[in-house]
Design a protein. Structure first.
Length: 533
């Protein structure tokens, strides 16, 4: 049996990731993410810099008694201030008061930064590194040393960069983490410099493990991280989904997936596997109130989505023809998309009724209708329910649960312009439901909300299941902007009953009509599932 080499996974989403534009975590968010990272098998969770703000200090108090099963929480800080003993430095006291078993210290490793940014002599910088690491080690902490701007510093003055990491190692740091802080180094450079750094440490009888910390300014952070591991690094640092300052950090999702599934002899996440990576990625996006990145490798919604007819035809025969791994390996799923680029294979894969799936004439009619509608601005990629209804209509098997006779939406402004609280929106619908004509009126927060409420009132007596349905998302997209206010708009609606989520779409020059088409399909889909007739 192969002896797998363990690679430590060090997550800095809560500190480095939180420095990304638009990223904000509450204290409760940070604790929740810590729990999830621990459950995923992450080895180290960097919680923040306890001296920087009260929330980070509160975080360390909150996680002190958290029943973590695998992860070790890490406090982050900087070397002592110049001209001050480490014991007197407020930063050192804050790090010790955080009570974490591991402390990460970032220090200047580039001669340029020592002189131009820190403004101290080279000797004083070395003393700051030695005093800080030594003080924390003497206090019983394990210390990781982040060698800031290591690769840029190495290219400028390799001899001094070696002195800094040897100083940290001699003072007791157990990991020397080489940082591509500006994110401008290429993988070939990473490989060569990491090997030389490891050799330089060993030449001075320091056999501490080396780590890697890459930023993504050249879109190479994941590649650089993997190159460092190939050169001998045993710890990788990064963030979930690559969150972070400027262009972000190395995406630990991709790093872990590549190490576990694409390279041989590496053991990550305590051997717990990668099937939870998609869930972990989306949990962090949700907690940060950020949109998913559809094209994100491994875990994005489009990572295993097939649109071209030739691709779908091949995947139907052998999934590996256009998939580098099974999507289930990372907790993702395969999606077949339908559009004007589709062939009959796409349509066949998406038709949910087995009795219709082999009807070649029907599939051709559906494909022709999809092409016609997409030319008018419709899109079915996120509107599976509307596509299912389209198939039923083409097959002549669609039996509407209700028929629209008329609707009217009125918006009345009762006060000063711009005061949304004094807008009254009212919708009236006239529907034929079975043999009965229902005429209902409802108010709402906007036209779609009012229409939705009126339709429910009309349908509830015959189809009580509609009470469980509600709208999750509503999007409007202008299709042909050059037409100005007469442009067509596409409305996409996402609905749920608490168990299933389904998408519908409508297109019209009138945003209310487009909304009605998407809304009506949402109700038809739900009723067909819950009240088959």
């Amino acid at each position: 049996m192969t002896n797998h080499h363990a690679i430590e996974i060090y997550d800095t989403t809560l500190r480095d990731g939180a420095q990304g534009e638009g990223v904000h975590f509450s204290l409760a968010d940070k604790v929740a993410i810590t729990r999830r990272l621990d459950a995923a098998g992450v080895d180290f969770v960097e919680g923040g810099y306890p001296l920087s703000n009260p929330k980070d200090a509160e975080y360390f108090a909150a996680v002190r008694d958290l029943p973590l099963t695998h992860a070790r929480v890490v406090a982050f800080g900087m070397t002592r201030r110049r001209g001050m003993a480490a014991a007197d430095d407020p930063g050192m006291r804050a790090l010790l008061e955080a009570g974490t078993p591991v402390v990460t210290i970032v220090g200047k490793t580039s001669a340029f930064h020592v002189a131009e940014v820190l403004g101290v002599s080279r000797e004083e910088n070395l003393a700051m590194i030695a005093d800080t690491v030594g003080h924390l080690v003497a206090a019983g902490r394990e210390v990781f040393y982040d060698a800031e701007h290591f690769f840029d510093g190495w290219k400028l003055d390799a001899e001094y960069s070696v002195e800094t990491i040897r100083t940290a190692a001699a003072a007791g740091a157990t990991r020397i983490v080489l940082c591509d802080t500006n994110g401008g180094t290429l993988p070939t450079e990473i490989t060569a410099i990491v090997r030389e750094a490891i050799d330089a440490l060993r030449a001075a009888d320091h056999d501490q493990g080396v780590g890697i910390h890459c930023h993504n300014d050249c879109d190479l952070a994941v590649a650089n991280t993997l190159a460092a591991v190939a050169a001998g690094a045993i710890q990788v640092q990064g963030t979930i989904n690559g969150l972070g300052e400027r262009c972000g950090n190395a995406d630990l999702i991709s790093v872990v997936a590549n190490l576990a599934l694409k390279t041989y002899g590496h053991r990550v996440l305590g051997g717990g596997g990668t099937a939870h990576l998609t869930e972990l990625s989306r949990f962090v996006y949700e907690t940060a109130n950020m949109s998913y990145r559809p094209g994100q490798p491994f875990v994005g919604a489009s990572a295993f989505a097939h649109k071209g007819g030739m691709h779908v035809h091949a995947v139907a025969k052998a999934t590996s023809s256009y998939e580098h791994i099974p999507p289930e390996a990372v907790g993702n799923s395969r999606r077949i998309l339908v559009s004007e680029l589709s062939g009959r294979s796409n349509i066949q894969a998406l038709v949910t009724r087995p009795d219709l799936r082999q009807d070649r004439a029907l599939l051709d009619r559906v494909l022709a209708e999809v092409c016609r509608l997409e030319n008018d601005g419709w899109q079915f990629e996120a509107a599976g329910a509307t596509f299912d209804l389209l198939v039923e209509r083409c097959a002549g098997t669609f039996r509407p649960a209700f028929e629209k006779l008329a609707y009217n939406v009125a918006v009345e402004s009762r006060a000063a312009a711009g005061d949304a609280h004094d807008l009254l929106t009212e919708a009236t619908v006239k529907l034929r439901v079975g043999e009965t004509v229902r005429h209902e009126v409802a108010e709402g927060d906007g036209p779609v909300n009012a229409l939705d409420a009126a339709v429910r009132k009309a349908l509830e007596s015959q189809y009580p299941a509609v009470r469980s349905m509600h709208l999750l998302d509503y999007k409007v997209r202008v299709i042909n902007g050059q037409a100005g206010t007469a442009a067509k708009v596409r409305v996409s609606i996402e609905s749920t009953d608490g168990h299933e989520v389904w998408g519908t779409v409508g297109v019209s020059e009138n945003v209310i009509e487009a909304s009605w088409l998407a809304l009506a399909d949402a109700f038809h889909h739900h009723i067909a599932r819950t009240a088959p007739r």
